[in-house]
Design a protein around this ligand. Sequence first.
Ligand code: SF4
Ligand code: SF4
Length: 69
Amino acid sequence: MTAEKKTYKFDYVINAADCWACAACEMECADNSVYVDDNANYAINSNSCVRCGKCFRACPVGAIARVKK
Ligand code: SF4
Ligand code: SF4
């Protein structure tokens, strides 16, 4: 067994311009991977996000995108 981190083919990314700051994504995320960044925008920590998609499905305005790496 190696201690290598799991790698993913995509990231979930919050588009700050579309985000209404409703906090639905933050409440859905069981891993606390949704946080508020230095610019007071909701953001997703791709290092801890397990790509479950709950935030993506919860967002009422489609501000979360799946971005291929
Ligand atoms: S995909 Fe899942 S783990 Fe990642 S930020 Fe969204 S709710 Fe959290
Ligand atoms: S659910 Fe969508 S609109 Fe609400 S805070 Fe998250 S990204 Fe922004």
